[in-house]
Design a protein around this ligand. Structure first.
Ligand code: B4P
Length: 192
C-alpha cells in the first residue's frame, strides 16, 4: 500500500483534487474536514463541540482527528493506499500518523504540496462561500485566521517531510484539470 498526503493552505484545492486522484488511482480518500462536517450535520455531541472551533477557523484538538483517522485506516479494504486530505495539520498529528502507519507495516510515501498565493486562496474561498455556504468561508476575518493558523501550525510539517525525503511541491495555480495532471504524474511515479 502507498500512502499520500495532499497538503496546502485552506482553499489550495486539496479536497477538489483528492476526489479525482482517489478515483483514478483506487486510493481511499480520508478527509478530516469532511468527517468533522459529517459529525456536525448528524448533530452528534462531538459535532456540536467541534463546530464552534471550526467556525472560528481554529484547529480541533489533535486527539479528535487522530482517533477518527485510526478508525478509518483499520476499516479500509481493497485499496491501493490512502490519500490523507487535510490531515495531518500539526507536527504532533504527523508523528501520530507515522507511528500508526509504521505499526501496520506502512509509511508516508509522498507529501504532495499545493502551492497557491494568498490572494488566490482568499478569492477561491469567498467564491465557495457563495456556492456552498460553508460557515467558515463566509467571514473574511475567519479566512485570514485559517491561513494564519496554517502558516503557524501546519506549514512546519513541510520540514518534517523534507527530512524524510518525501516532499513533492506542485504549482497549485491554473485550471483544475492542469493541476490534476501535475499531481497525477507524481502519483504515477509511485504507483506506476
Ligand atoms: P478542510 O475541510 O480541510 O478545509 P479547507 O482546508 O478549507 O479546504 P480545502 O483546501 O480542501 O478546499 P479546496 O481547496 O478543495 O477543513 C475545514 C476545517 O476543519 C479546518 O479549518 C479545521 O477547523 C478543521 N479540521 C480539518 N482537519 C483538521 C485536522 N487534521 N486537525 C485539526 N482541525 C482540522 O477548495 C477550495 C475552493 O477552491 C473550492 O470552492 C474549489 O472549487 C476551488 N478550487 C479548487 N481548485 C481550484 C482551481 N484550480 N482554480 C480555481 N478554483 C479552485
Amino acid at each position: 500500500m502507498l500512502n499520500f498526503l495532499i497538503f496546502g493552505p485552506p482553499g489550495s484545492g486539496k479536497g477538489t483534487q483528492s476526489v479525482r486522484l482517489a478515483e483514478k488511482f483506487n486510493l481511499t480518500h480520508l478527509s478530516t474536514g469532511d468527517m468533522l462536517r459529517a459529525e456536525i450535520a448528524a448533530g452528534t455531541e462531538l459535532g456540536k463541540k467541534m463546530s464552534a472551533i471550526m467556525a472560528k477557523g481554529e484547529l480541533v484538538p489533535d486527539e479528535v482527528v487522530i482517533e477518527m483517522i485510526a478508525a478509518r485506516i483499520d476499516g479500509a479494504r481493497d485499496t491501493a493506499g490512502f490519500l490523507f486530505d487535510g490531515f495531518p495539520r500539526t507536527v504532533a498529528q504527523t508523528e501520530a500518523l507515522e507511528k500508526m502507519l509504521n505499526e501496520r507495516g506502512m509509511k508516508i510515501d509522498s507529501m504532495l504540496v499545493l502551492d497557491v498565493d494568498h490572494d488566490e486562496l482568499v478569492k477561491r474561498l469567498i467564491l465557495r462561500a457563495e456556492l456552498s455556504g460553508r460557515a467558515d468561508d463566509r467571514d473574511p476575518a475567519v479566512i485570514e485566521n485559517r491561513i494564519d493558523v496554517y502558516r503557524a501550525k501546519t506549514e512546519p510539517i513541510i520540514d518534517f517531510c523534507r527530512q524524510r525525503g518525501i516532499y513533492q511541491p506542485v504549482n497549485g495555480v491554473g485550471s483544475i484539470e492542469d493541476i490534476f495532471e501535475r499531481l497525477s504524474r507524481l502519483v504515477s511515479g509511485h504507483i506506476g
